[in-house]
Design a protein around this ligand. Sequence first.
Ligand code: PLP
Length: 368
Amino acid sequence: MRIPLLDLKAQYLTIKEEIDRAIFDVLDSSVFILGPQMKTLEKEIAAYCGTEEAVAVGNGTDALVLTLKAFGIGPGDEVITTPFTFFASAETIAQVGATPVFVDVDPITLNMDPALLEKKITSRTKAIIPVHIFGQMLDVERIMEIAARYDLKVIEDAAQAIGAEYQGKKAGSIGHAATFSFFPTKNLGAYGDGGMIVTNDKDLASQLRMLRFHGCKIKYYHDEIGYNSRLDEMQAAILRVKLRYLDTWNEGRREKAKVYDELLKDSPIKLPGRDPSAKPIYHLYVLRSSRRKELMEALNEAGIASAIYYPVPLHLQHAFDNLGYHEGDFPVAEKACQEALAIPCYPELSRAEQEEIIRVIEGVHRGK
Ligand SMILES: *Cc1c(COP(=O)(O)O)cnc(C)c1O
């Protein structure tokens, strides 16, 4: 049996006709940039998330950069985020010239621990970027309360969490702004790069629209130094088809996760930690084990893909050597990096495939 971590081909085959038609319609229209597909997708994503505005950009990294820029964050400023995330969450803070400041994660959810947050706030802090890691939201309202006391902006990095909820509220709907990525492997994935910012702040949205288009509101009249970061019509048309299936696909992932949760509950493996108020979308189903290496090898031998998210916490990345962090600074994130292993969890995964995966995992812990 060969089981990939994610099967994009299988997903495509389930919606091939609609996707192919959407692509050919764009070719037929011959409008490729800043066109009606992008504008309609913006409206649909805003409605889906329950926000006033959505601004489509080139990718999830640009979504963060443009939002930080639009909030006026730059050199001399500090922005707090988690060390247990994809590099872009902190890379973008450095890209605008500000300093990333890390706060350790909660040992159960692996999301930023709000209890440790306040100690990190200084007179230079301007914003907080909480990340909904692996598709499980954290309590953004609690972070908003802390932010309000210090007049900080909260940007949800919801790249892994489109459709996830916390106490019935959608990811992206609580912070001052939130960013999504449509990288092909995300739960809502384009067939190329793509990103989006959602917000209820009209001024911020208009600033973002200007920044993504070379700093102009009217073509060839440039009010600011901006960027070239747009979601193209082809990707927007593809995403509009896929958005209609997102809830079904997310539900499919939750069902697969439930099977793992139930069938692995008596094994010594640590299952993904849950916040009871959160409704996750399982962008990744991540186990934790002190015998990760053996586990990976056994899965690999059986033809089953698995992957380490993440091998190195951000405070120990060489690119951030200048920040002066050391091993031991964020013990929970560091331990997670030694133990975490994502296993296949996607809607098209069959029951037989899941049982095979479980059999291999249990074999390792029983000593085969
Ligand atoms: C994927 C991802 C990003 C970056 O998105 P791109 O579209 O690849 O630029 C940012 N943050 C997190 C947490 C991500 O998972």
